[in-house]
Design a protein. Sequence first.
Length: 364
Amino acid sequence: MSEMSFEQMLDAYEKTIRNGEVVEGTVIDVKPDEIILNIGYKSDGIISRNEYTNEPNVDLTTVVKVGDTMEAKVVKVNDGEGQVLLSYKRLAAEKGSKRLEEAFENNEVLKAKVTQVLAGGVCVNVDETRVFIPASLVSDTFEKDLNKFKDQEIEFVITEFDPKKRRIIGNRKTLLVAQKAEQQKELLAKISEGDVIEGTIKNVTDFGAFVDLGGVDGLLHISEMSWGRVENPKKVFTVGQKVRVFIKSINDTKIALSMKFNDENPWNGAAEKYAVGNVVKGTVARMTDFGAFIELAPGVDALLHVSQISKDHVEKPADVLKIGQEVEAKIVDFNEAEKKISLSVKALLAPEEEETTEEEASEE
């Protein structure tokens, strides 16, 4: 027992305490697993590590020091060794429960560190009172791995409070949804169709990519990713990648994006470059039964009809051509309005054939 004056000893001897009572004391000694308090009673009060916090393996010498004043709840007046067993965490939990009840009633935003990650959600502690946040309420989007939230400080509100059933539910999703709605409102007020903006790839799907424009997402459809053909967006973009896009359209809160900038349009100057009679080279991009589509440049395809592939009869383009093969042909038709170009390999062979025919006629 700590040193006291004669008067203090008399007061302490006459003082009575009961289980469940809240007492105040001064720390007179601290060990890694135990705190000793002078509570003005004939016996000192003891707070074990388990009665101080729910966190395991905490070194109490790092959180409490001699001379500190603390409140604690009496668990047992006499532990059999003449000491009073106290609990700091039970008192804190009661205060925490009251705090959470007020937060629930006032829809107050709370902030706490994630202390535990479970299969169905995460846990945070508010004044030694556990709050469970289900996985569906942790974020406004699906989170595959909740472990990234471990030890993170997050904001949330209490949406369910029933301490008797030990059911206190937190909700982070509703805050994120409200925050994004406000960000969306602010962004929509300052952007217009045609604006060029930088964003970050947030998610990539088979049909396109979602781009974060600053708290608001826009859709970059696969058809708007390039003037050329994009077969698989996941091979072109990665999450976190910075991209330069322009606003193609705004429909209510939906924002459509594009990377097909007009100054990069491969059809600019096409009338001269792909004029009828010009000989061009391209690569077989795809084939059908009626012909092969030759890529002359990213975004510029031309049709090589099956009848124009060779002077010999060709049943199907696949019989004589293969994807990726380079082809040289003559442009026989150009329609800029419909962006259609027709090619002929046979046309390259025609002059030679005609010359051969004339030579044969003169010999006769």
